[in-house]
Design a protein around this ligand. Structure first.
Ligand code: RNT
Ligand code: ZN
Length: 441
């Protein structure tokens, strides 16, 4: 009986969604915009989901089998200036749990998805980070193959004794620096293996925490060492069919407030000189600077970009991305300029104060909403106004677009992908899973 009632409620809601969509189609038609075309366009733009939201960037190194006790307590060491705050119950504590959680989240996110891994998510025989190999990620590859998704990768330059000083690739000690160079080289091999196995180039993104808490005397030497390290790491050219290399800058971190070796200027110069991907993280700039404004500038000099879509609140706090102005502007920059092949979208946030699966779903769906919202824009008309210097019409139309029935198009997109409408997924999927699985961990 209960089931029957639920089904009929669902059906009437489906009907409402269909009706609202028909109405939306007519409203957007006024501006020569076809919502079905918009949906088809954004449905093919991949979003790389970051595995680290599921376990607060902890990784599984300490679970891996070891014959000695060398790096037993590798986790909980200095986290390199990034921090997941909160203690919501149910964190994934092993690869099986993380993959299960990802499966739940991914069913609630429409469109094309990838998964972004970090080196600390290796499985099997314990290996130092400089000795990691594709074998350590074979379970992730099988998982990805079954789901027909591709994988991206990141070497992990934090939460390790060799990163305790706060320096890695720019370390003054050659032994430590070499360890991290070898780790980066091993990571490129792993990403290349992903690319080959999954028939889609894998992006290997380098972010290091290196920097000083207080004002340094020598700003030049660590940057010169970082440049040398990168030259060695990228000496062997990538085959872009399998591997794409990215470098990620940052303004400051916890413990590197005064000086960051890999600053924006450093990596911008390095990426352009060596034609790598530049990774722009939306939490890594001064709060009044926006990544959306940087895309068109950087892409005049580089073929491709990587985005780490995040939300800084006062600092690089990695909050779940919301459907705010900046996210919408990022979506518009990509869609308006047809940059979906040149801008790779990856997410980067970690909130441990809310249900982690909901965090993935809310953040990823907001990113997709931003793309859909952009795809529903009558860009040609707006450009005409702009070229005619009719800024009055431009502003009026941009503001009007904000209250067109966008939600009806989003709901319809979800309906067609079997995703519960609105926040219906919260009770029917996420809270149910929390009760049955997460709360028992
Ligand atoms: C840190 C960088 C980096 C990390 C991930 C976990 O500030 O944003 O991308 O968040 O590698
Ligand atoms: Zn990032």
């Amino acid at each position: 009986m209960m089931e029957k009632i639920k089904t009929s409620i669902k059906t009437s809601k489906d009907k409402l969604v269909e009706l609202a969509f028909q109405n939306a189609q007519e409203r957007y038609q006024e501006y020569n915009v076809d919502p079905l075309v918009a949906i088809a366009k954004i449905n093919n733009i991949p979003i790389s989901l970051h595995c680290w939201q599921g376990d607060d960037v902890t990784g599984f190194e300490k679970l891996n089998t070891c014959s000695c006790s060398c790096t037993e307590s590798i986790n909980n060491l200095s986290s390199g200036g990034i921090q997941a705050t909160g203690n919501y119950p149910g964190r994934a504590k092993n690869p099986q749990e993380l993959r299960m959680d990802l499966d739940v989240a991914m069913k609630l996110i429409p469109g094309k998805k990838r998964l972004n891994l970090h080196a600390i998510y290796a499985e099997g025989q314990k290996a130092e980070r400089n000795n990691l190999c594709p074998e350590h990620f074979k379970n992730w590859v099988s998982w990805a193959q079954e789901r027909k998704i591709a994988l991206d990768f990141n070497p992990t330059f934090f939460a390790h004794p060799n990163a305790n000083s706060g320096f890695t690739l720019s370390h003054h000690d050659n032994g430590i620096r070499n360890f991290w160079i070898e780790h980066a080289l091993a990571s490129r091999k792993i990403a290349e293996y992903f690319g080959k196995k999954l028939s889609s180039p894998s992006i290997n993104n380098i972010w290091i925490p290196d920097g000083y808490k207080d004002t340094p005397v020598d700003r030049m030497a660590p940057r010169a060492r970082l440049k040398d390290s990168l030259d060695l790491i990228f000496k062997e050219k990538n085959n872009p069919q399998y591997l794409l290399d990215a470098v990620e800058s940052k303004l400051f971190g916890i413990g590197s407030e005064s000086y960051v070796v890999g600053s924006h200027e450093f990596y911008m110069g390095y990426a352009i000189k060596n034609q790598l991907l530049l990774c722009l993280d939306s939490g890594h700039f001064h709060p009044t600077e926006t990544v959306s404004d940087k895309i068109s500038a950087v892409l005049l000099y580089l073929d491709k970009l990587l985005l780490h879509v995040s939300r800084g609140v006062r600092w690089d706090s990695d909050h779940v991305v919301t459907f705010n102005d900046e996210l919408q502007e990022i979506g518009k920059e990509i869609v308006r300029n047809n940059l979906e092949q040149r801008v790779h979208i990856a997410l980067d946030f970690f909130d441990a104060s809310i249900n982690r699966i909901a965090a993935w779903v809310i953040g990823a769906n907001n990113m997709i909403k931003a793309l859909l919202f952009a795809a529903l824009e009558p860009t040609t008309l707006l450009k005409e106004y702009e070229e005619a210097q009719d800024f009055t019409r431009r502003l009026a139309l941009i503001e009007n677009l904000k209250t067109l029935p966008f939600a009806a198009v989003w709901d319809y997109y979800c309906l067609k992908n079997d995703i519960p409408i609105g926040v219906d997924w919260m009770e029917s999927v996420v809270k149910k899973y929390e009760e049955e699985v997460l709360s028992k961990r």
